[in-house]
Design a protein around this ligand. Sequence first.
Ligand SMILES: [Zn+2]
Length: 82
Amino acid sequence: MKCVQCDSINIVRNVQILDLAPGGFRNLKAGVEKRPKAMIFKDMRAVDIHGNVCVECGFVMLSVSKGGAQRLRTDKSTAEKT
Ligand SMILES: [Zn+2]
């Protein structure tokens, strides 16, 4: 793996990407609403985001797992359109 900004191979892989929430830290997620037009209960489907950090320049490369990406695509394609 190479840094997309500086081409370094000095990468810290698979770090958690966190946000401070009430009660402690939570992992950031990428999500899809299955019912985006609903007033409530939008049925959010989300997968964890993880990161790879370049030690040389500090650039953070975010991604989700392959299975998570596939779930998001399925959830997006089957989400209610109206
Ligand atoms: Zn870099």
